[in-house]
Design a protein around this ligand. Structure first.
Ligand SMILES: C[S@@+](CC[C@H](N)C(=O)[O-])C[C@H]1O[C@@H](n2cnc3c(N)ncnc32)[C@H](O)[C@@H]1O
Length: 223
């Protein structure tokens, strides 16, 4: 199935936003799994991988890739991390199906990554007993509404231990703005306020992340 503009508009009109977004991603993965998640497959895949390794991601660490998509970054992390240490979650069934195929194609099956279709929320109930050393959401908040990001900040503490760091990217705007059917920009103060409300430390990593489309990187930690 491919998507006409009318079909995509209808999906967003008739469904809750995250349901619509997951269906939209499914359609785009069917069309082209590499551009479905934003394209620039090699460049942005390596960018996120190299950033995390610079931030001291080591093979023995356990990592969660929120909104892992078709593994643009994930394929590098899976290769680098010890077996069992990569967790990728995504609301798109087709993205996870493609991700599983890619793991096989790239000879990474023995790394046994945990790839799952997640609930359409950011409560992390999927991981009742897990905590992660590193958590990443690359190009995810750029597509989420304030209520989804608030939900993430309310719940992410449960999958973080005292030294965990959650890295996420966003598009900066002077104020919150919807800039496309599934595109949003936020002021820094939005994240600052949420971090304060939930007792987190927030670090601006914009200087350390040269995203070709101008997404900025931040780090959230407990201490
Ligand atoms: C632009 S893609 C980026 C994919 C990947 N992080 C990368 O850099 O290649 C965003 C992905 O986040 C997923 N996503 C959006 N909201 C999500 C949520 N609440 N939970 C899990 N996945 C989500 C989408 O389905 C999509 O695959």
């Amino acid at each position: 199935m491919t998507g006409s503009d009318k079909q995509i508009d209808d999906i967003y009109e008739k469904n809750d936003y995250l349901e619509a977004y997951s269906q939209h991603t499914d359609i785009r993965v069917n069309e082209d799994p590499k551009s479905a998640i934003g394209g620039m497959w090699e460049e942005i895949g390596l960018l996120q991988y190299e950033f995390m390794v610079n931030k001291n991601l080591q093979p023995h660490h356990k990592m969660l890739d929120i909104g892992c998509g078709t593994l643009r970054g994930g394929r590098h992390f899976i290769k680098y991390l010890n077996a069992n240490n990569y967790y990728g979650m995504d609301i798109s069934v087709r993205a996870i199906e493609y991700a599983n195929q890619l793991v096989q194609q790239e000879g990474l099956s023995e790394k046994t990554p945990h790839l799952s279709v997640s609930e359409k929320n950011l409560k992390f109930y999927e991981f009742p007993r897990e905590s992660f050393d590193f958590i990443l959401a690359q190009s995810v908040f750029t597509h989420l509404k304030p209520e989804h990001i608030k939900e993430c900040f309310e719940n992410i503490r449960h999958i973080m231990h005292k030294n965990s760091v959650f890295y996420f990217t966003y598009f900066k705007g002077e104020k919150y703005m919807q800039t496309g059917i599934k595109d949003f920009s936020y002021p820094f103060s939005f994240f600052e306020g949420l971090a304060e409300q939930h007792g987190f430390k927030l670090k601006d990593c914009a200087e350390e992340y040269n995203h070709p489309r101008g997404q900025l990187m931040m780090a959230l930690s407990k201490e």
